[in-house]
Ligand binder design. Structure first.
Ligand SMILES: Nc1nc2c(ncn2[C@@H]2O[C@H](COP(=O)(O)OP(=O)(O)OP(=O)(O)O)[C@@H](O)[C@H]2O)c(=O)[nH]1
Length: 449
């Protein structure tokens, strides 16, 4: 799953878990009630017992009319502790039920008979190491005695149960094992009170219910703690995954932006080149020459020469063969010139069929030789439509402190002369006059009136 989605989901999970925790704690405290009704529960075996097994002479009979369990007891005080009792057997094995999370027992009972109407509740807990299956008396006996009220309804808290002292004596239980325990209850008994009067006692037990929680507080706390631990571990894990993914995303976006930037720079460079280049011949245009001179001022360092080249009778070519052939001638002319000049020379289409060649580190004579070489190269070209194309050249070498415009003008001047001289030739301009030094007053001390 996408870590960002999982992270958002985690927010919801934590909010839900917080709500569930509060809900469960409140529900556990105020509700979640589990009730075991011993008078009706199918897996509980119900019976009655008198004291004859202890040598007594009491008699008991149990009847169940569907409404109540009625115990008729003829109590005979012929032994010290005569009693009749209900027996609720929950388990015949060593494994009973855990009532430690049960907090009360309720009775709905009607009691008729002589003397005090009291009942004794005994909760038998199977204790591993102490109890045995063949002797129910070996199970820890937790007891309490209560008066049956007139209306017969009573709720007795289970925490008032205590381990019967006579059982502690009987079993010789060490002090540290005498605590009340009801975590493995196998049977529950309800007896006539210890000091009940002899005679006929009729006890109608309409219900005997244990009230507790569906899950113990321990289980609840453990479960909630486990859920919170899972959240606590997952949270930073998902947060770091999300961070990692966001970093990954950002670096990919950064890389993409870098690529776009590089593409834009390339495009800008291409546009700049297009703006500086003549689309027909690939030579620089005037703007391109200006940019080249600004970017490489060394182009103007002396010696340097400008060759002005002009195709002869170009108008005639256009007129006779059409503009397309004229264009092809211009392209081939630029290519031929390009093939004959050095890499650091610059070819500029000055306009129409006029080209400039700016040659750094070149004097007037070298310029003339270059122009002758180019003129010879033009003769070698295979021109379109079988034409024989020639060009005239005017050369000017840059004088001291002469600006480029003046050099071009002088080259143009001698080109005009070359045309006038019959074309297909090279003319070199005279060197310009050296600049006149600025006047300064004589240093001899002479003065003028
Ligand atoms: N095909 C074509 N023709 C062009 C282009 N630019 C200018 N021209 C033509 O080039 C011709 C130049 O003619 P002119 O200036 O009279 O020069 P020319 O005919 O070469 O004569 P000379 O220079 O005296 O030898 C004109 O007809 C322009 O229309 C272009 O880009 N393509």
């Amino acid at each position: 799953m996408d870590p960002s989605r999982a992270y958002r989901l985690m927010h919801r999970v934590i909010a839900a878990l917080a709500a569930i925790t509060i809900g469960l704690l409140l529900w556990h405290h105020f509700g979640m009630e589990r009730v075991i009704d011993l008078t009706t529960r199918a897996d509980v075996r119900r019976s009655a017992m008198d004291d004859r097994w202890m040598g007594g002479t009491s008699r008991v009979a149990l009847a169940h009319d569907g409404r109540a369990l009625t115990m008729r007891c003829r109590l005979a005080r012929t032994i010290d502790w005569p009693a009749c009792k209900y027996q609720f057997v929950i388990s015949d094995t060593q494994a009973g039920i855990d009532l430690s999370e049960f907090d009360a027992v309720t009775f709905d009972v009607a009691y008729r008979g002589p003397g005090r109407h009291a009942l004794r509740l005994m909760v038998l807990n199977f204790e591993p190491g102490t109890s045995t299956l063949d002797n129910p008396m070996s199970q820890k006996i937790n007891e309490l005695e209560f008066e049956v009220p007139h209306d017969g309804a009573i709720r007795v808290p289970l925490n008032v149960l205590h381990t019967a002292t006579w059982w502690i004596d009987y079993m010789k239980v060490p002090l540290e094992a005498t605590d009340m325990r009801i975590d493995n209850v196998t049977r529950i008994e309800l007896l006539t009170g210890a000091a009940s009067a002899g005679g006929d006692h009729v006890i109608e037990l309409r219900s005997l219910r244990l009230h507790g929680k569906w899950i113990t507080s321990g289980e609840l706390y453990m479960g909630l703690m486990a859920a919170w631990i899972v959240c606590a571990v997952s949270w930073p894990l998902l947060a770091s995954l999300r961070l990692h993914r966001e970093l990954d995303h950002s670096s990919r976006r950064l890389a993409l932006l870098g690529e776009i930037n590089a593409a834009l720079q390339l495009e800008t460079r291409e546009l700049a080149e297009q703006a500086n280049t003549d689309p027909l011949t690939g030579a620089l245009n005037r703007q391109g020459l200006r940019a080249a001179l600004m970017n490489s001022p060394a182009l103007l360092a002396r010696p340097m020469a400008v060759l002005f080249a002009d195709i002869d009778h170009f108008k005639r070519i256009n007129d006779r063969h059409g503009h397309d052939v004229g264009d092809a001638v211009l392209r081939d002319f630029a290519a031929a010139i390009h093939g004959g000049i050095r890499a650091n020379d610059r070819l500029v289409r000055w306009g129409g069929e006029e080209f400039l060649i700016v040659c750094p580190a070149t004097g007037a004579e070298q310029g003339r030789q270059l122009a002758e070489k180019l003129r010879a190269a033009l003769r070698q070209c295979a021109w379109p439509a079988g034409l024989n194309v020639t060009a005239s050249f005017g050369i000017a070498a840059r004088g001291e402190n002469e600006d480029i415009g003046a050099v071009i003008k002088r080259a143009d001047g001698v080109l005009y002369a070359a045309k006038a001289a019959g074309r297909d030739c090279v003319m070199v301009a005279e060197a310009p006059l050296p600049p006149v030094p600025a006047w300064s007053p004589p240093s001899t001390g002479a003065h003028y009136d």
